[in-house]
Write a protein that binds this ligand. Structure first.
Ligand SMILES: Nc1nc2c(ncn2[C@@H]2O[C@H](COP(=O)(O)OP(=O)(O)O)[C@@H](O)[C@H]2O)c(=O)[nH]1
Ligand SMILES: Nc1ncnc2c1ncn2[C@@H]1O[C@H](COP(=O)(O)OP(=O)(O)O)[C@@H](O)[C@H]1O
Length: 209
């Protein structure tokens, strides 16, 4: 029986709650495997970030070599740093029947949509600009200057919300997590997926005994 995983994209302005939602989703009991893709980036690691776990941290030179070698499914420049998704890693996971989440920006989402039209794309919105700013501050990770930059960038990211299949407003966290879980389950139950993943069953049900 062939099985192939579902590909999901989660995009949001920085601070809207993407990482928190993905990490909570990964902790939920799931009937099938779910993984989040580890991107390559040229930005410096933040305290507590582990190479190969949060990101593959690489030099600008190495990143550019990888672009030339067509190593990336998609890549983009975000906040002055390069970010990219490894093609081989994603294809291997999907081929093993693992559902894969990409935490990428709108530019990356556009590129993946062109290559994989069956990708499911989700946009996470903060409940308000004021709350977004509060969350960025609460994270205690950025200077005031960076927070201002992130708020300006947030407007640009949000201007692409209409390009996504689903929109989740991350106001109440538990509700947003429930919404995200529903989207994943919905995708798994689609007719095309059920047929692809249960070929033997449908053959058996239609066979003349
Ligand atoms: N296109 C693309 N965007 C990415 C990738 N990895 C991360 N990003 C985006 O880059 C932005 C900055 O990520 P990061 O530096 O981790 O900061 P934070 O998410 O704002 O805390 C976020 O919008 C991510 O979704 C990637 O592989 N490709
Ligand atoms: N629904 C929510 N209500 C209140 N705070 C939240 C909610 N979702 C996330 N947060 C907090 O907001 C901050 C930013 O979340 P994070 O997951 O790091 O965002 P992103 O990955 O989108 O940059 C974190 O401190 C997180 O705990």
């Amino acid at each position: 029986m062939t099985t192939s995983g579902n590909l999901f994209i989660l995009s949001a302005p920085s601070g809207a709650g993407k990482s928190s939602l993905i990490s909570a989703l990964l902790k939920q009991p799931n009937k099938r495997k779910l993984q989040v893709s580890v991107s390559h980036t040229t930005r410096a690691p933040r305290p507590g970030e582990v190479d190969g776990e949060h990101y593959h941290f690489v030099s600008v030179n190495k990143f550019k070599q990888n672009i030339q070698k067509k190593h990336f499914y998609e890549w983009a420049e975000v906040f002055g740093n390069y970010y990219g998704t490894s093609e081989v890693a994603i294809d291997e996971q999907l081929a093993q029947g693992i559902d894969v989440f990409l935490d990428i920006d709108w530019q990356g989402a556009q590129q993946v949509r062109m290559k994989k039209p069956d990708v499911t794309t989700v946009f996470i919105c903060p409940p308000s600009k004021a709350e977004l700013e509060k969350r960025l501050r609460g994270r205690g990770q950025d200077s005031e200057e960076i927070i201002k930059e992130r708020m300006a960038q947030a407007q640009s990211e949000c201007s692409h919300y209409q390009e996504f299949d689903y929109i989740i407003i991350n106001d109440n966290f538990d509700q947003a997590l429930c919404d995200l879980t529903t989207i994943v389950e919905n995708q798994r139950l689609k007719r095309s997926k059920q047929i692809e993943n249960n070929q033997d069953l449908f053959k058996d049900l239609l066979a003349n005994d």
